[in-house]
Design a protein around this ligand. Sequence first.
Ligand SMILES: [Zn+2]
Length: 267
Amino acid sequence: MNLSAAAVLLACPTCRDSLSLTEGALRCPNGHSYDIARQGYVNLLGGAEPPNADTSAMLDARARVHQAGVFEPVATVIGELCSGRLHVLEAGVGTGHYLAAALGTEPSAVGVGLDVSKAAARHCLRADRRIAAVVADVWKPLPVRDRAVDVVMSVFAPRNLPEFSRVLRPDGRFIAVTPRGGHLTGLRDAYGLLDIPIGKADQLSAAAGEFFDLIDTRVVKYRLPVSETLATDLIAMGPNAFHQVPTTVTASTINVDVTIQVFRPLP
Ligand SMILES: [Zn+2]
């Protein structure tokens, strides 16, 4: 639980004022307070968890996929790009695997993991003790102070560009990981998975132009064999889990094919 270190980065979701951690709750000067859950996360959502929040089963599947190292080359590039950056926010943090990679080995680094799913918040707390887990909706104003963080990350997650730009320091970076057309082909073809729109990275850089300059683009692309169990987890960890996970999945070789874009805030 790292909320004591992260509190200075957070904002009251009701009045936008500062928050501090006292007596087991985050409190603002205007009397709003948010209890810390027994597990150590704070809920700043201000409402019920939406039906599209990632479920425990999806996050468990994703954690097994990460544990097996399927996306480790992606996490490694994220770690390199975030080197020397102390305050990292990930919007749609999931299990916290990429955020932990972004924090590298620096003991004083602080990660703020935002996710609308309480199950994600619980996973994050287990992923790395430097992560503060905050339940919040990425599509609403983020419960984060203006110009507070060095990096905003979005890995296969929704992008709230005006808010990302507001919370970044002037010398900060927005790092986005987007699937390319070849990502998880094989699995997608064999099991009719929800398709990934091609050209998403181009769409992002066009949309981001209002707030950011694109300064670096990396393509991370490789093939790897996955067991039947791992292939099932790859299907169960994403939005397909809301629809249908096939009952029989066979071992296969998958393609990982993603774009990592680095943006700098416009002056
Ligand atoms: Zn307040």
